[in-house]
Design a protein. Structure first.
Length: 147
């Protein structure tokens, strides 16, 4: 028999995953409803129709919305967060180090754990920790001078 706590935790995890899935659908649908063309926004108003068609094909914008959504969802589940449209940089390469993860998260699930390194303290704690350590070491230096 399953413990009520384990059942509650499993239910919360399942509801959290369902909520993330529904929110991702809503956000994706919202971006599809917005007026304008992504390729036109990237290339500007003076872009030729051939350049627009080439960029739309490169970005996969000619595919139906549900295919683009499932392609994106598959990428997220495999650790490929895509490429930023403006800077052409990998999103995971920009986002994950700021979260303290310096590797692709699916590789850690598969077993390549030696590539993973975690930053155990959030970046906003660092200045406070430096000040505390500096004050602490200054106290030790003062004690050494008194001897």
């Amino acid at each position: 028999m399953i413990s009520p706590i384990v059942a509650l935790i499993a239910q919360r995890i399942a509801l959290g995953i369902l909520l993330l899935f529904l929110v991702s659908i809503l956000i994706f649908a919202g971006t599809q409803i917005l007026p304008g063309d992504v390729s036109q926004a990237i290339l500007g108003q003076s872009a030729t129709p051939e350049a627009l068609a080439n960029l739309r094909a490169e970005l996969g914008l000619n595919d139906p919305a549900y295919i683009r959504y499932f392609r994106w969802l598959g990428g997220v589940l495999t650790g490929d967060l895509g490429t930023a449209l403006t800077s052409r940089q990998e999103i995971a390469g920009t986002l994950l180090p700021g979260c303290g993860i310096h590797s692709s998260w699916p590789s850690t699930l598969i077993g390549e754990r030696e590539e993973l390194s975690f930053n155990t303290e959030p970046l906003f704690w660092t200045p406070d920790r430096i000040l505390i350590l500096d004050e602490h070491s200054a106290g030790f230096r003062e004690a050494d001078r008194r001897r």
